[in-house]
Design a protein around this ligand. Structure first.
Ligand code: MN
Length: 756
């Protein structure tokens, strides 16, 4: 009996905790603008609480605290209503307890049941060991999302809470969850306009993927906090006075960039911490009550002019997302002005309505269509996007992996605006081509597109559109999609359409080729043996059997050449000998492959030490990481690790197909071996400038020049230098010193040698 008492006490304590959290949820809900359907929320809570009873999370707290926390994110941070709150409370019931979707439907109705069903279907996560499995998981996610956007919103909230509590997970799971978050959930949150959540997700996953770098930047942020604060007070006071004198109701807040975005900027711009100038931004949110969109816009520009009367704006850094909002719904006017002591400071001007959209995303303003009201609003951006996803999913057998790739690309890409001949604005991902635009307008236009007129000038299909272009698509009924079109487009929509058509074509020609070869062999009294097939493929430099026959069918490989080759082989009196040799040489090639390395312990983290380079791990040639670079490892089937830069496109692709094989990599100190690194130098071409650059390089003792490629044109020189260095520190020092040569404008490390 005595032993049961503490248990009972614990139970009581738990109940208090649970009740507190539930009351907090109800408070969040009551403070929102939604209809007050408290009853159904109470019912959902009691049901979930009872279903999860006695189960604890890894952290030790009662399980129900998790659905409660997710429901609070849904209510408070996303501003969604009772249906979503109930679904959030119930989101793990079907997955983790004996209750079924039917039970939920009987108690809470069809809508909530179908959302919970969707959440249960995608509860497994995205990353998988097998490529096909991972793509399938991803498809499932998109499918459920396109059925009801609330499924993905709750999933994102669920992921956010899991990320906030990730420290109680075992290290290996942490890495996988953080990777998935970075890979898919943060971009999705971004696409849905959930800016605050996207930032937090990115930051948290960075914290777990790169704990040391995270701590370092966090420390630097703390050290420089007081200094920044002083600058901002000095900077914002005159703005406050000015806006008050203009009778504005407003709030001014400062936002510090997240650790992740600071690091991201350091990496992409190749600058040290102290040169990331927009670490803090100032946000002005004004409240003019109920005013029209036009009036809101005018006030943004009035405030713009008030601020620029105090501070000088940067000429190229004004961003007007009021006139044309981003595709994810974001609206604001951004300017960067010269603040005290020569610091550039970003100011974001928003109305209260714009601020709400920026914080909670479009979904907060999204009307859920339960049947009747459908035709009421005109199609929103979100509607359009979901429609595109549905379309992509409906396409007959698109290659799942390619689909995933292109979809991902479209998630990340920023947008440009282009105009139709009638002056309508259309949003396309950056780098979209004229052909993409044709497919975007209508697949029929795409299929028959022969070219386009951009700003009244004729351009080819592959022309890359620029913001503000006016585009007219030219078509011909005689035109049909060509396989090479795939190289002219970047959007998922166009790619899927072209692939579906060219796949059909491909198969037709492949069969034709197969038939032609068969006939040819028939005539010489031979049969198609695998051996002969292999020799033919080798002779014509084709690695895939299907490709070989396709090329024959298409006439890319001439049948006459094939006939000659076969003849020469069969006529030889030493066919057998030749065969033998062929196999021998094959063996030899195999021997050259590196020995199987000692298998690594499966710890998801690999230490890159100097004496193991080339054995347990290899340096990827696509991005040439060197010690000190933020790197990840990709585990091959034989256990060897290939080390890539974290943002190497190849690594990103590997991650998208084999997320489970990515391991975290960490460099041990290196000061003996040298690694190749490439820098790109640009500047003004003056007599002797190159020799001055090489003098700097020769002074750096840890650096050896391997290859130089330079070009001059119109008084500008530009080129790349391949060097051998020990680590990132060496190369950074060198770049800094080269920059001191007066004629040099920029020095950057690049991934690969560019061709001129
Ligand atoms: Mn959950």
């Amino acid at each position: 009996m005595a032993e049961q008492l503490p248990e009972k006490e614990k139970q009581e304590q738990d109940d208090i905790l649970i009740q507190q959290e539930f009351q907090a949820l109800l408070n969040d809900y009551r403070n929102s603008s939604h209809r007050k359907k408290v009853e159904i929320i109470e019912k959902a809570f009691h049901f979930a609480n009872q279903a999860h009873k006695g189960i604890r999370r890894r952290s030790g707290e009662p399980y129900i605290m998790h659905p409660l926390a997710v429901a609070r994110i849904i209510a408070k941070e996303l501003g969604l209503g009772s249906t979503s709150i109930c679904s959030a409370l119930l989101h793990d019931v079907v997955e983790d307890t004996d209750y079924t979707v039917e039970d939920i439907e009987n108690l809470f109705g069809k809508k909530i049941a179908s959302i919970v069903d969707g959440l249960t279907k995608i509860s497994g996560g995205i990353f998988a060991t097998k490529e096909s499995e991972q793509a399938e998981n991803f498809r499932k996610l998109l499918l459920t999302m396109s059925e009801d956007i609330r499924v993905i919103l709750i999933k994102i909230a669920d992921r956010l809470h899991n990320m906030r509590t990730l420290s109680s997970m075992p290290a290996q799971k942490q890495y996988k969850i953080a990777g998935e978050t970075q890979y898919i959930y943060a971009p999705l949150a971004h696409r849905l306009g959930l800016f605050a959540i996207k930032t937090e997700l990115e930051n948290l996953s960075f914290k777990y993927e790169h704990p040391e770098t995270y701590k370092e930047i966090e420390k630097k942020l703390k050290e420089t906090h007081a200094e920044r604060k002083a600058i901002y007070i000095e900077f914002s006071e005159p703005i406050k006075e000015k806006l008050t004198s203009l009778h504005y109701q407003f709030e001014i807040t400062t936002r510090t960039k997240s650790v992740f975005s600071i690091w991201n900027k350091m990496q992409t711009k190749n600058v040290p911490f102290k040169e990331v100038y927009d670490i803090m931004a100032l946000r002005v949110v004004f409240d003019k009550g109920e005013i029209s969109l036009q009036e809101e816009k005018e006030h943004c520009w009035l405030i713009y002019s008030a601020i620029t009367s105090l501070y000088v704006p940067h000429p190229n850094r004004t961003r007007d997302w009021v006139t044309t909002p981003k595709a994810n719904g974001y609206e604001a006017l951004h300017i960067t002005v010269m603040g005290p002591e020569g610091h550039w400071i970003e100011v974001q001007i928003r109305s209260k309505r714009m601020d709400e959209i920026a914080e909670k995303g479009l979904a907060a303003h999204w009307k859920y269509k339960d049947g009747k009201e459908e035709s009421e609003d005109k199609e929103s951006e979100l509607d359009k996007w979901l429609k595109t996803i549905k379309e992509l999913l409906e396409n007959p057998e698109p290659n799942a992996i390619d689909f995933l790739d292109t979809f991902k690309l479209n998630l990340f890409a920023s947008e440009i605006f282009v105009f139709t001949p009638k002056g309508e604005i259309k949003t396309l991902p950056q780098n979209a081509t004229a052909l993409d635009f044709a497919f975007y307008l209508h697949s029929d236009l795409g299929m028959h597109c022969i070219g386009a007129k951009v700003n009244h000038k004729l351009v080819p299909l592959s022309y890359t559109l620029k913001a503000g272009d006016q585009v007219e698509i030219l078509t011909s009924r005689k035109q049909h999609p060509q396989p090479e079109w795939i190289n002219y487009v970047t959007t998922a929509r166009a790619k899927t359409k072209i692939r579906a058509v060219s796949k059909k074509e491909y198969r037709t020609f492949m069969r034709k080729g197969e038939k032609q070869i068969e006939d040819l062999l028939d005539k010489s009294g031979l049969v198609l043996e695998p051996d002969l097939e292999e020799q033919l493929m080798k002779q014509f430099n084709v690695t895939e059997k299907d490709d070989f026959y396709y090329k024959i069918g298409k006439g890319y490989i001439s049948l006459e050449d094939v006939r000659k080759f076969i003849k020469s082989k069969t006529q030889s009196r030493f066919v057998k000998y030749w065969k033998l040799q062929f196999f021998n040489s094959n063996k030899k090639a195999e021997d050259k492959t590196p020995q199987k390395a000692g298998t690594l312990p499966d710890t998801k983290k690999v230490k890159l030490t100097e004496n193991e380079v080339g054995t347990t791990y290899k340096i990827a040639e696509c991005c040439n990481p060197i010690p000190g670079d933020d790197a990840i490892g990709f585990k091959n089937e034989d256990g060897t690790i290939v080390v890539h830069k974290r943002f190497c496109p190849v690594a990103v692709k590997l991650k998208s197909n084999f997320g489970d094989r990515i391991v975290s990599a960490e460099w041990a100190t290196h000061k003996v071996l040298s690694f190749p690194a490439i820098i790109e130098v640009k500047g003004i071409d003056n007599v002797g400038v190159l020799s001055r650059i090489f003098k700097v390089i020769s002074e750096e003792h840890s650096v050896n020049v391997h290859k130089v490629s330079m070009e001059t044109n119109d008084g500008i020189f530009w080129g790349t230098i391949t060097l051998y260095v020990h680590d990132v520190e060496d190369i950074n020092n060198l770049c800094m010193n080269i920059l001191k040569v007066p004629e040099v404008e920029t020095v950057n490390r690049v991934d690969e040698q560019k061709m001129f």
